[in-house]
Design a protein around this ligand. Structure first.
Ligand SMILES: C[S@@+](CC[C@H](N)C(=O)[O-])C[C@H]1O[C@@H](n2cnc3c(N)ncnc32)[C@H](O)[C@@H]1O
Length: 231
């Protein structure tokens, strides 16, 4: 049987991650359905955990159409410069994000790969990522986590929200339904704890913790880069 492969933009073709050019026009309707209506609330919780009390440069990795990226921008203090960047490998997602950006100076979107971030070391004070890591095979999870480490400044903080090992019957049903719906091996990896394993195989080893859980299968991971680091 020939597996259907949706069309992918030029940048998306450079990654083994599961990219969503084909879903871009419908994504903002689909995402709330996939989270049983909790998408905005979950994004708000990520924003709250980023503690955006000072003007900061923030990166959103695997930003899709930029819903979280805009929320982050709007949550930053208005006094002082704001720089918020959203990246995604799917050029069609970034096109929608640009359309929805509105008048927000300092809000930027780029079609680029999480495993090869085009930013200098220590460029950001905060990094966020939601529902992205279950789109990556294990080696790219580790590479992307290493890139997040590299672009964060010492003392900087990252928050990841993603599919994780389910701990309730409801969580198991939700997580495995996602796997069966999309036939996505990367979702099964997360269910089997591979995101945690990737964190431990990356520079984040010993620097991450799960700070909250949702619906029995989603975890909020909080990571803080030490002030003093040899990496
Ligand atoms: C489920 S969407 C999440 C979008 C958004 N963060 C949210 O919370 O709704 C996952 C995104 O990851 C993107 N993606 C997959 N592989 C990627 C890679 N290697 N680098 C950057 N983005 C990638 C896909 O194109 C897709 O837009």
């Amino acid at each position: 049987m020939v597996k259907y492969r949706p069309p992918r933009s030029r940048v998306a073709q450079r990654t083994a991650g599961i990219t969503l050019d084909h879903a871009a026009p419908l994504y903002d309707w689909l995402a709330p359905l996939m989270t049983l209506g909790a998408e905005r609330r979950l994004h708000r919780q990520v924003v709250a955990r980023l503690t955006l009390t000072r003007p900061s440069a923030v990166l959103d990795v695997g930003c899709g159409t930029g819903a979280l990226t805009r929320q982050i921008y709007d949550a930053l203090p208005v006094a002082g410069p704001r720089r918020v960047c959203g990246i995604d490998a799917a050029e069609a997602m970034i096109a929608v994000a640009h359309q929805k950006a509105g008048a927000r100076p300092g809000l930027e979107f780029a079609a680029t790969l999480a495993e090869e971030l085009p930013y200098p070391d220590a460029a950001f004070e905060r990094v966020a990522s939601t529902f992205f890591f279950h789109h990556l095979p294990f080696d790219l999870k580790v590479k992307s986590l290493a890139e997040i480490w590299r672009v964060l400044c010492p003392g900087g903080q990252a928050v990841i929200l993603d599919v994780d090992t389910p701990y309730s019957l409801f969580g198991k049903i939700c997580a495995w339904s996602g796997y069966w719906l999309f036939h996505q091996a990367e979702i099964a990896e997360n269910i089997h704890g591979k995101l945690r394993a990737a964190l431990d195989a990356s520079p984040w080893r010993g620097q991450w913790q799960i700070v909250a859980r949702h619906s029995g299968y989603l975890s909020f991971f909080s990571m803080t880069k030490p002030q003093e680091t040899s990496l």
